[in-house]
Design a protein around this ligand. Structure first.
Ligand SMILES: [Zn+2]
Length: 184
């Protein structure tokens, strides 16, 4: 039985933070890495404007106005941060969390920081497993508790319910792809 899908976009050939002009988001006093991986850089600019959902190489998820309006119509519990230099694109912030089953996936976790509670590295996200979820998730958009990647290049997985997946398919969004999460 399919209980959820992981929603991915493609890399969009930009950086939100690393190596580009940025403001000063808070860093962890112990490990020195970003604390807020939903940090929005006011100077951020998108290069390609084809996809309805895409990712900078380092952090975050950029979505189109069409994607935003779809979420608003469906009253999903997500936020959209405005990008000062991109009128019709937004940074997606997902609020509701599901627990990622990193033990079952054998995700490689190293360098846990007891101050910011992040791992230096978390490698191995798909195929995905969720803890405590035995039936399809309710219509909505969720995020994993765990952030995947290394150092200042990390993002949580975006998880959608099977119903949400069907609705997204009907919209014919560009650049979204999905990987199913199943239970026996
Ligand atoms: Zn830290």
């Amino acid at each position: 039985m399919i209980i959820a899908y992981i929603l991915f976009g493609y890399d969009n050939d930009t950086f939100m933070y690393e190596g580009v002009e940025h403001t000063s988001p808070p860093k962890c006093p112990k490990c020195g890495h970003l604390i807020d991986f939903d940090y929005t850089n006011p100077y951020y600019q998108l290069k390609k404007k084809i996809s309805d959902l895409s990712h900078p190489y380092d952090i975050g998820t950029i979505v189109s106005l069409k994607f935003k309006e779809f979420c608003e119509r469906n009253r999903y519990n997500v936020r959209f941060k405005e990008l000062e230099r991109e009128a019709n694109f937004y940074q997606l912030v997902v609020i509701d969390k599901v627990e990622y089953d990193y033990e079952r996936r054998k995700t490689k976790l190293t360098g846990f920081c007891d101050v910011c509670k992040n791992y230096e590295q978390a490698i191995g996200a798909a195929p995905g497993y969720l803890k405590h979820v035995t039936r399809p998730l309710l219509d909505g958009i969720y995020r994993t508790d765990l952030q995947f990647g290394a150092g200042d290049r990390k993002r949580y997985l975006i998880i959608v319910s099977p119903e949400t997946y069907e609705k997204m398919k009907k919209e014919k969004f560009k650049g979204l792809y999905f990987e199913k999460i199943e239970v026996q």
